[in-house]
Write a protein of this length. Structure first.
Length: 278
């Protein structure tokens, strides 16, 4: 893998481009946005069309709109224009690749879903479609590992994959608790960052629960404390998010996006450094 094409220069695409170029790859990026030249990372080449971006690529990372028909059209073009050996990965947050590869050769098409921002957060969910070859899965995993990422192969397609489904479940309850006046957005964030966030950064939900059961492990937790937890009724947030949007804006709207993102990235890198050292 020497040449990478990044299709789509939104937040995710630009972050991927930064990661790729930092690892010494030749990177070409394409996007119809008028300010593309102003926002691309140093060292990234700009291509005026998708065909130009992928013409000699070994690896393509697509970051277009989360729209099924758009991806169908785009991946038909990628399959047609990219070299036969090139892997074609989508950063899709929820749409499995089988949904947009009907009628085309999908043997080298699969999901490579990152968590924002991919140049900082290690996880990449690698999700093959029904047509994806095992060789393509292996090559994608090896490539992401070469970039210092942590690829996790998911062997069954499901909308939203794993990470976003977990995130959606927590986000729904978080929204409900704020809407009900139980807690403010800032205080809910404090609850997570000072409890679950710290724990899950080191052990994850299942190992955390196994340790929470003491010497009896997960079995003890499930048969004792787990009984009361299973009885909790989780809430359903309202279908009108306006009040919630206003509450979050009240909590964080006084700070700029760039300042908040810089603080987030600095703290996340500190956590990753600490984990690597231990």
């Amino acid at each position: 893998m020497k040449t990478v094409a990044v299709v789509g220069a939104g937040v995710i695409g630009l972050s991927w481009a930064r990661l790729f170029v930092e690892h010494g790859l030749t990177v070409r990026i394409t996007d119809p946005r008028a300010d593309l030249a102003e926002v691309v990372p140093d060292g990234v080449q700009i291509a005026s069309t998708v065909a130009e971006a992928v013409r000699d690529a070994d690896f393509v990372q697509e970051n277009g709109p989360e729209n099924l028909e758009f991806k169908k059209t785009l991946f038909a073009e990628l399959v047609r224009e990219a070299p036969q050996h090139a892997l074609l990965l989508s950063s899709s947050s929820a749409i499995p690749s089988t949904a947009f590869t009907e009628g085309i050769d999908g043997s080298r098409v699969l999901i490579g879903h990152p968590f924002n921002p991919p140049h900082v957060i290690p996880l990449v969910e690698v999700v093959p479609g029904q047509q994806t070859s095992e060789e393509s899965v292996t090559r994608a995993v090896e490539f992401y590992r070469s970039l210092g990422r942590t690829p996790v192969v998911e062997r069954k397609e499901i909308p939203g994959f794993v990470g976003n489904r977990l995130q959606a479940a927590l986000s729904r309850e978080a929204a409900y608790l704020v809407e009900q006046g139980v807690v403010t957005p800032a205080d809910l964030d404090a609850v997570v960052t000072n409890s679950l966030g710290l724990r899950w950064a080191t052990v994850g939900p299942f190992l955390g629960a196994h340790l929470g059961g003491g010497p009896g492990g997960y079995r003890h937790l499930a048969t004792h404390i787990g009984k009361s937890m299973r009885g909790l009724e989780l809430g359903t947030p309202s279908q009108d998010p306006e009040r919630l949007i206003e509450a979050v804006e009240d909590a964080y709207g006084s700070s700029t996006y760039s300042a908040l993102a810089e603080t987030r990235d600095r703290k996340q890198l500190a956590v990753l450094t600490a984990l690597e050292e231990n």
